[in-house]
Design a protein around this ligand. Structure first.
Ligand code: MN
Ligand code: MN
Length: 325
């Protein structure tokens, strides 16, 4: 398994060599991997500030300081899982539907190889092809969706596909087990109260940022119980976090999660059977001192750690069960 370890920083300084996610090896040969880190540099679905096409490169860069052991979850994910940076999808920078086809194909190949894809966008429109790919393998999934927006609008300038519609399309296409969806961090002005009707009609639950501030993170984490009962997808829009911690994003909304809360929220997913995840909407041109990319890199690390901790715990349980007939 050693060939899938991050580069040894006592032999190769953190700022040396080509930047990969967490200094992991880069490979296109996905056979035998447990988790693949995949960049999707596409921002053609952005409605306001563009720039998330530059996020995969920037997040790789800012992930080089991440050390391999996670004390919060008591796991070194790279001792449990074979993880590699599998590069980027070659998107079509001026074609959203062609990009969706390319993304679904690339990520579908990972699912076919039984590799969990952890994708770094790119804008949030990408979650639609990512869900299409996951559902072909696992059927409709539950979802934890961190965001300041529900991303369930009907359309924009006559377009069905952009970063404000992926989850409405996902519901329409039957990709989500809507009873097992939880959105966290929702806030900010919308056009009208009716903007929430679609989610209500489909029985989708959400935790607003003001609710979270009032009732606390522990309460919010308790609400995660609704996603249990089957495979779960995690979609993490960095604008769920307050722009004080994540200014480098396309459509910032004030009054959001702290970076500490964001990390704790991800850590609370231990024992949730994640079948795929994305971290989207980081826009490096609007970032300052790399703080948004640094946070995104650490969220990626926490997701890998959660998958590892879940697997480790399952393994221990089965060993214990075998030992105590
Ligand atoms: Mn979003
Ligand atoms: Mn958003």
């Amino acid at each position: 398994m050693s060939e899938f370890r991050p580069a040894d920083s006592f032999r190769s300084p953190r700022f040396a060599q080509l930047a990969t996610f967490m200094r992991l090896p880069h490979t296109r040969d996905v056979a035998g991997l447990d988790v693949a880190l995949l960049g999707i540099p596409f921002d053609g679905g952005s409605s306001y500030r563009p720039g998330s096409r530059f996020a995969p490169r920037e997040i790789r860069q800012h992930s080089s300081l991440i050390r391999p052991y996670n004390p919060a979850l008591q796991v070194n994910p790279f001792e449990v899982l074979r993880v590699a940076d599998v590069g980027d999808v070659d998107v079509n920078p001026i074609g959203i539907e062609d990009t969706f086809t390319r993304v679904e194909y690339a990520v579908g190949a990972l699912h076919d190889a039984k590799v969990i894809p952890l994708c770094v966008g790119g804008d949030h429109s990408l979650s639609l092809p990512l869900l299409r790919a996951v559902v072909r393998r696992h059927g409709p999934v539950g979802m934890v969706h961190v965001d300041s927006h529900q991303d369930m609008w009907e359309e924009y300038f006559g377009n069905k596909y952009f970063h404000g519609t992926p989850f409405r399309r996902a519901v329409e296409e039957g990709l989500l087990d809507t009873k097992r969806v939880l959105q966290i961090g929702i806030r900010g002005p919308v056009y009208a109260e009716a903007d929430f009707d679609f989610a209500r009609r489909h029985g989708i639950r959400w935790v607003t940022a003001p609710q979270l501030a009032r009732d606390g993170l522990k309460w919010a984490i308790d609400q995660l119980r609704v996603v249990h009962g089957g495979p779960v997808y995690l979609s993490f829009d960095i604008d769920g976090v307050d722009p004080a911690f994540a200014p480098g994003t396309g459509t910032p909304e004030v009054g959001g999660l702290t970076s500490r809360e964001a990390l704790e929220l991800v850590r609370a997913l231990v024992d949730v059977p994640l079948v795929g995840a994305d971290v989207v909407e980081v826009s490096p041109p609007y970032d300052h001192a790399g703080i948004t990319s640094m946070l995104a890199a650490n969220i990626v690390f926490e997701i890998v750690s959660v998958i590892a901790a879940t697997r480790q715990r399952r393994h221990k349980d089965s060993v214990t069960a075998a030992g105590n007939p």
